[in-house]
Design a protein around this ligand. Structure first.
Ligand SMILES: C[C@](O)(CO)[C@H](O)COP(=O)(O)OP(=O)(O)OC[C@H]1O[C@@H](n2ccc(N)nc2=O)[C@H](O)[C@@H]1O
Ligand SMILES: Nc1ncnc2c1ncn2[C@@H]1O[C@H](COP(=O)(O)OP(=O)(O)OP(=O)(O)O)[C@@H](O)[C@H]1O
Length: 320
């Protein structure tokens, strides 16, 4: 499996220059508010959450090539100190997304045409930053565009919902509240462009394990704070709440170390684990403060980036 990942790293994006190729961006997200509620019969949990996209993003390059026998040929390269993906190309959520959308559109893949994709990873995996989900949303849009279908076709949203709870959000982006299992849009909030530092301790947290851990020790949130979060119209005023944070800190003790360290840094307004972890995000009072905190985090051996909240959803961009 790792050999495939290494071979994939040698493939250059240059192959995707020129006509007929698409470039898409797949932004990361953080959860400003995550309230995990009861366990449903299907094993998923009811949640209410407010997510905000970041300027930090992965890049997907896509094109159609004559059929190679494979429905999708996916290569990937990880940047900025990230490990290669721990998943082989046919199990990558990008491949799954394209294959499922082809089925929904009644398109045969493999014999006459193959979708070739190069994925540039900048978002760490198992971090609660939604990297895989955002890649999947971008792949759905890219495939629809390559097949000359409307990006507003309802089958895109339908397939998104079958891929993972977070995928639907990345088709909308910005700041929005979702409920159900996290796939059901409730409302948009006014976005912010505050500076953010993301710090990830060594190791990730499995989303499924974090939900399971929370079931062992449920963490109801303060009702008054929940009301404030659910009624707030501006992203910048949403109180940072995550009742999965304790589960994440138990599964990866580095999360607690990072969160406590961030909360002590000058210029940090607030810090909290994102989603199911293991990344912790800190909202900072200035770019300078964010850059200083991020450099100090890197000096301690943690993966860290300075970014801002952003308005983007998974989207096509100029192919450069
Ligand atoms: C933690 C969050 O990132 C918050 O935004 C999301 O809830 C996770 O969304 P996601 O990564 O798209 O999750 P999925 O890939 O759909 O699910 C992974 C696993 O997490 C658990 N899961 C996920 C979502 C949910 N509402 N309840 C769950 O119990 C299930 O065990 C599932 O098998
Ligand atoms: N394109 C992809 N990018 C990242 N991980 C992927 C991808 N495709 C499949 N995976 C698998 O999904 C796992 C979780 O990765 P992902 O980045 O989605 O986690 P996450 O940041 O915890 O997301 P979320 O916040 O949605 O739970 C990875 O460990 C990897 O095995």
């Amino acid at each position: 499996m790792m050999d495939i990942a290494r071979i994939a790293q040698n493939v250059e994006a240059r192959e995707f220059a020129g006509m007929g190729s698409l470039k898409l961006i797949a932004p990361a997200k953080v959860n400003l508010y995550l309230n995990v509620k009861g366990l449903r019969e299907d094993g998923y949990h009811e949640v209410s959450t407010i997510m905000h996209t970041l300027m930090l993003h992965d890049v997907l390059r896509m094109k159609l090539v004559p059929g190679t026998g494979e429905p999708v040929q996916l290569t990937s390269r990880s940047y900025e100190g990230l490990e290669p993906l721990d998943v082989d190309p046919q199990h990558n959520i990008v491949t799954k997304a394209i294959v499922k959308l082809a089925e929904a559109f009644g398109r045969e893949l493999g014999e006459t045409e193959t979708v070739r994709v190069h994925l540039e990873k900048h978002i760490p995996a198992q971090a609660g930053l939604g990297g895989g989900s955002s890649d999947a949303a971008a792949a759905l849009l890219g495939a629809a565009i390559l097949w000359q279908e409307s990006v507003l076709d309802p089958r895109i949203e339908q397939v998104a919902a079958t891929l993972g709870a977070d995928v639907a959000f990345f088709l909308k982006g910005g700041c929005a509240q979702y409920d159900g299992i996290g796939e059901h849009f409730v409302r948009s909030l006014k976005i912010t462009n505050d500076f953010v530092v993301i710090v990830k301790p060594e190791g990730g947290v499995s989303t499924a394990a974090a939900y399971k851990k929370l079931d062992e020790n449920p963490q109801p949130l303060d009702a008054a704070l929940v009301k404030t979060a659910e009624e707030e119209a501006y992203a910048m005023h949403v109180p940072l709440l995550n009742n999965m944070a304790e589960a994440g800190e138990e599964l990866n003790t580095g999360v607690k170390t990072v969160r406590e360290w961030l909360q002590e840094q000058p210029g940090v307004c607030n810090a909290m684990m994102s989603g199911s972890g293991s990344a912790v995000f800190a909202v900072c009072e200035s770019f300078d403060a964010a850059a200083r905190v991020s450099s100090s985090a890197q000096a301690k051996g943690w993966w860290s980036r300075t970014t801002t909240f952003g308005p983007f959803k998974a989207t096509m961009t100029t192919n450069r």
